[in-house]
Design a protein around this ligand. Structure first.
Ligand SMILES: NC(=O)c1ccc[n+]([C@@H]2O[C@H](COP(=O)([O-])OP(=O)(O)OC[C@H]3O[C@@H](n4cnc5c(N)ncnc54)[C@H](OP(=O)(O)O)[C@@H]3O)[C@@H](O)[C@H]2O)c1
Length: 256
């Protein structure tokens, strides 16, 4: 019998985050999952660290029939990509077909506030880790050609007040297309998702209200909206798209 397909998903441990929704959607579609997150990041954010949310997520995924392993890993560490693929191989017995790079570091900071250290850290976690994980994914991709998948996450512009985050997302955008060109011959598609404003815990009540009232479709983005697209890109049906940035934002960027 064919083994179930395996995906590695980054940025998982917060229940309301997009990565958790991606994991739930992939599990529902029959995937086994290697999941990774870095809970100390959440501890420093407005929403705080909630280990119970991760426990609930892992339980729900196992109940859905997935073999699941979770690994804490700081993606600022350049060794973390190799270590994660080693851990997945050891614990789940095979290399992933799909890599969903959902994690992000965004501690804000506009042009006049951002420090050199802030800039480097955003680039290390967001852009460099994307590069190193994509390279490790390609090295270990087990085949068959045509079933390999990498999905990255970018953001709409302008990102006023988050200039280092903006630089890192710009790097991910251009890397996505360039990596797609390199990996097409190996049968691995590479695409980016721009999810638009999505209610994952960062919005204050006034921001939530403003986005809802300006949204062409009259609601906020939900983590499940982006997760549906990621799961489809990872499916066999999604195999004819590569090198694209897919905007899934309810018309936010095009129609306002
Ligand atoms: N939400 C939006 O409105 C929006 C809009 C445009 C683009 N996006 C993009 O969509 C993606 C998901 O958004 P989201 O709102 O769900 O993100 P999020 O809640 O901010 O979650 C990102 C996760 O990245 C992980 N992370 C942070 N630093 C890390 C590090 N050093 N090493 C490893 N992991 C680290 C953390 O995982 P843990 O939870 O495990 O700590 C964090 O919760 C991101 O790439 C974001 O840029 C989101």
């Amino acid at each position: 019998m064919e083994p179930r397909p395996l995906a590695l998903v980054t940025g998982v441990s917060r229940g309301p985050g997009i990565a958790a929704a991606v994991a739930r959607r992939l599990a529902a579609n029959g995937w086994d999952l290697a999941l990774t997150g870095w809970r100390p990041y959440d501890a420093g954010m407005a929403w705080g660290r909630h280990d119970d949310e991760l426990d609930d997520l892992l339980l729900g995924l196992a109940e859905a029939g997935s073999a699941v392993r979770y690994f804490d890993a700081d993606l600022a560490d350049p060794d973390s990509a190799v270590e994660l693929y080693d851990s997945a191989a050891r614990e789940l017995g095979r290399a992933p077909l799909a890599l969903a790079l959902v994690h992000t570091h965004d501690t804000g900071g506009g042009l006049l506030e951002v420090t050199a250290a802030d800039f480097d850290h955003h680039l290390a976690v967001n852009a460099r880790a994307t590069l190193l994980l994509a390279a490790e994914h390609a090295r270990r991709f087990p085949g068959p050609a045509g079933r390999g998948r990498i999905v990255t996450f970018v953001s709409g512009l302008p990102l006023r007040g988050s200039v280092a985050y903006a630089a890192s997302k710009g790097a991910i955008h251009w890397m996505t297309v360039s990596i797609a060109a390199e990996l097409a011959g190996r049968g691995i598609t590479v695409n980016a998702v721009n999810p638009g404003p999505t209610d994952t815990g960062w919005m204050s009540p006034p921001i939530r209200q403003r986005i809802r009232s300006e949204s062409p479709l009259g609601r906020l983005g939900r983590p499940e909206d982006a997760a549906e697209l990621v799961a489809w890109l990872c499916s066999e049906a999604g195999g004819w798209i590569t090198g694209q940035v897919l905007t899934s934002d309810g018309g936010w960027s095009a129609l306002r």
